[in-house]
Design a protein around this ligand. Structure first.
Ligand code: FES
Length: 169
C-alpha cells in the first residue's frame, strides 16, 4: 500500500472538509453535536483519522481526549483505515522527546512497513498522530484503539505479538 507516511490534518481546500464544516455550522458548533458530527465525518472520509478527530475537537471546542474517547467507545466508528489491526504512534512533542521516533522506527523495521502503510497481508496498519491529548503518559501508542502510555520497545513488541498472534488463532 502506498500512502503518505503520516496522517496529515485535513486540507482546508478539501471538499469533504467543507461539507463537514457545513454540518458543524448547522449544529452551531455545539459540543453536544459531537456524535452527529463524527457520523458525518466517517460518512465523508470512510474512517476517523486521528487528525480529523483533532480538527473536530478544535472546531467544537472539546478536549481531544473526549472526542477520541467517544470515537473509540462506539463500535460504529472506525479509526483504522485498512488493516485488521491498527497501531498509532503519537509523534507529538511530548511523545517525541520521550523517544517516540525510536518506537516508530522499531515498529517500521519489525513490520516491514512505513507509517501510513498496511502490511501486504492486510493484518496491520501503522500510523502516526501529532498529539493524542495524553502527554502526561508519553510516549503513547494506540494498538487497536486501546491507548497506552509509557511505551517502550519491549512493551510495543509484546503488544504487536499479541495483536498479530490473536489474528492467526
Ligand atoms: S504528544 Fe503524545 S499524547 Fe501529547
Amino acid at each position: 500500500m502506498t500512502v503518505n507516511s503520516t496522517i496529515h490534518a485535513p486540507s482546508a481546500s478539501n471538499k469533504r472538509l467543507r461539507l463537514l464544516e457545513a454540518t458543524m455550522k448547522r449544529h452551531q458548533y455545539r459540543p453536544d453535536a459531537l456524535i452527529e458530527v463524527l457520523h458525518r465525518a466517517q460518512e465523508l472520509f470512510g474512517y476517523l483519522d486521528i487528525n480529523l478527530l483533532l480538527h473536530i475537537a478544535q472546531r467544537l471546542k472539546l478536549p481531544p481526549s473526549q472526542v477520541y474517547g467517544v470515537a473509540t467507545f462506539y463500535h460504529f466508528f472506525s479509526l483504522a483505515p485498512k488493516g485488521v489491526h491498527s497501531c498509532v504512534v503519537c509523534m507529538g512533542t511530548a511523545c517525541y522527546v520521550k523517544q517516540a521516533a525510536q518506537l516508530l522506527s522499531f515498529l517500521e523495521k519489525t513490520t516491514g512497513i512505513k507509517a501510513g502503510e498496511t502490511t501486504s497481508d492486510g493484518q496491520l496498519s501503522l500510523m502516526t498522530a501529532r498529539c493524542l491529548g495524553t502527554c502526561g503518559i508519553a510516549p503513547v501508542v494506540v494498538f487497536d484503539e486501546r491507548l497506552e502510555g509509557h511505551q517502550t520497545v519491549e512493551s510495543v513488541t509484546a503488544r504487536l505479538n499479541t495483536c498479530l498472534s490473536a489474528s492467526k488463532s
